[in-house]
Design a protein around this ligand. Sequence first.
Ligand code: NDP
Length: 270
Amino acid sequence: MGKTVLVTGASAGIGKATAIYLAQNGYNVYGAARRIKKMEDLKGYGIKPISLDVTSEESLAKCVTQILGEAGSIDILVNNAGSGYYGALEDMSISDAKYQMEVNVFGVARLIQLVLPTMRKNNFGKIVNISSVGGKVTLPMGGWYHASKFAIEGLSDALRKEVKSFGIDVIVIEPGGTKSEMIGLGTDYLMKVSGETSYGQLAKAVSKMYAKIEKDAAEPIVIAKLIKEGIEAKTPKTRYAGASGAKVMLFFRKILSDKQFDKMVMSKMN
Ligand code: NDP
């Protein structure tokens, strides 16, 4: 049996594709999410579905204890579970913003804390954090989503230096537009919180832009392949970017000033 992998958010999108792809390539895969029924099909690939809510300490601890009990180790953690709720900063409630940070940041960090003792003991581990192109560039209405992904970028950079001497690699994945449930859920929420406020017009423009991103989105297997490349590299890169628009956006972010980049983004809103 190959290395043991825990993929969070395995009930849909990138997480499901990654769990399947890694299982097909010989890994011993555990797929975790809240909707256990949506992971029934994973059993056919030899994947073990586990119920997990990354905002619950009890659920996180139970999930890790079960895998360590059955497999003895979690060699690779793919921190993929995430949510993308958009809305103008003025409109979005702080409690919804906190929930987004609970899922996208604190859930990720707590899971890392839970897997590190065994990884350190084994002097081996790969921690893959799914960030986003949105961890480097921003669109209006995405403040809290971007804040969560910028946080993942910073946490990962610091962690990489902390755990290197224990034989553990930290790998950041920066997807661009990828087919999943996230964009639809996120824009529904956007129109609910900002569609009828002073930001209504911008909300409609952003929503239209996301509809275009969704239409051009890459298949999640593109990201699954990047993850496999990262975990199998002898010396992994710190970051892997892929899927629709990812490299172009990161390139422009690098070469343009903040204001030039703002102008470019806002010129696409109509
Ligand atoms: P989906 O919405 O399709 O999948 C999200 C997954 O996260 C689901 O399996 C969901 O499972 C799980 N999840 C959400 N909340 C929780 C929770 N509280 N506890 C446990 N699991 C949870 O989105 P994607 O596949 O697109 O998203 C995967 C990652 O990729 C995210 O981190 C996202 O930010 C990132 N990303 C996606 C992009 C895209 O264009 N799609 C672009 C850039 C980054 P369940 O509801 O069953 O719990």
